[in-house]
Write a protein that binds this ligand. Sequence first.
Ligand code: ADP
Ligand code: MG
Length: 349
Amino acid sequence: MIEDKTPQRTSLSQLGEFGLISHLTQHFKINQPSTLTGIGDDAAVLDFNDKKVVISTDLLVEGVHFDLAYMPLKHLGYKAVVVNLSDICAMNAKPTQITVSIAVSNRFPLEALEELFDGIALAAKIYDVDVIGGDTTSSQKGLIISITAIGEAKEEELVYRNGAGETDLLVVTGDLGAAYMGLQVLEREKQVFQVNPNNQPDLDAYTYLIERQLKPEARKDVKELLEALDLKPTSMIDISDGLSSEIIHICKNSSKGCNLYEDKLPLDPQLINACEEFNVDSTTIAINGGEDYELLFTIKMSDFDKIKGNPNFTVIGHMAPESEGIHLITRANTKIPLKARGWNALSEE
Ligand code: ADP
Ligand code: MG
C-alpha cells in the first residue's frame, strides 16, 4: 500500500545527519506556553509552573510492532504519536509535548522519512502538542521509532491504576476489538496480494475496522468530558494490550477483584460482521484484541447517574473484593476466570 507518489529517491547520505534533522524538523512550531525552548539546543526547556508533569515513552520496531507492507509511513508517524498521547490521557492529563527519535537504514530515501514526519506533524497539530526534540541515527536494518510524550495536570486531576474501590463500576469509552479485526483484514489482503498482485481488494465493509488499526485516535476528549460531568475516575488505564490484560492491571494495582459482563461489551456492527466472516468469537476479540486505545476506568457507584445514557461511556462490569477474583460473566451466566491473553511482545507465542 506504500505508493511512491513521487518517483524521487533522495539518498539520506546526500544530506548528512544535520541536514536531515533540519530538513525533517524545519516546520515544527511552538504553541504550548509550557515550552520555553524546543528543537535546536542541547536540550529542550519546559516550565509547567504549578502543574505536575507526566511522561511516557514507547519504542516501535519494524517487523515487531508494524509492517510497512500495509502500513503507509504517514499513518505510521501519526499512530506512533497517538499511542503515546493515549498514555498521557490515561493519567487524566493533557498532552503538551513530544520528542521523536528515529533509527533508519539507508534502504529508506528522504521521501519516505518526509512521509513519516508528515504523519507526525499532522498528529502534533491535531492534538496540539509541540515537537521539542529527538534524536536521529542510522540502523543496520529497518526503521525504529521512539516517541516520548509529556503532559500536564493539576495534582488533584491525576488518575492512577491503583485507586479502584471495591464496589466501583468499570467503564469503557468507545467500542472494543475493531483495531484487531482491522489487522486481520489487512493481513488477509496482504496474503491475497502476494498470490495475485492484480487483485484489487474491496475493503468497503471494513472501513471502520481498518481505520481503527491504521489511524487510531487518543481519547484526549475524555478528560474534558469527565470534567464537564464533574466526575473523577478512581482509577484509569488505556486499552493498548487488550481489555482483559488492562482490567487485570487495574485489579492487581488496586488489590481488587472484578466481574466483567459479556453482554455489556460495546461492539461495532462492522466488528460483529467481520467476526462472523472470519469465524471467530466476537467476545474473545473484544476482550483480547489490542490496540483500541480507548480508556478503561472505574467510578464510584454513586456517580453512575453522571454517565447514565451517555453514548461515550459503557458500564461493562464492577469491581469486587480481591478474594472474589477476576471473572467474565457470560451471557449464559457462567463465571469464567479472566486471563490476560493480550498481545505480549516478549511471549513465545
Ligand atoms: P545532539 O548532538 O545534542 O544529540 P542533535 O544534533 O542530535 O543534537 O539534534 C539537534 C537538535 O535536533 C536537538 O534539539 C534535537 O532534540 C533535535 N532532533 C534531532 N533529531 C530529531 C528528530 N528526529 N525529531 C525531532 N527533533 C530532533
Ligand atoms: Mg542527537
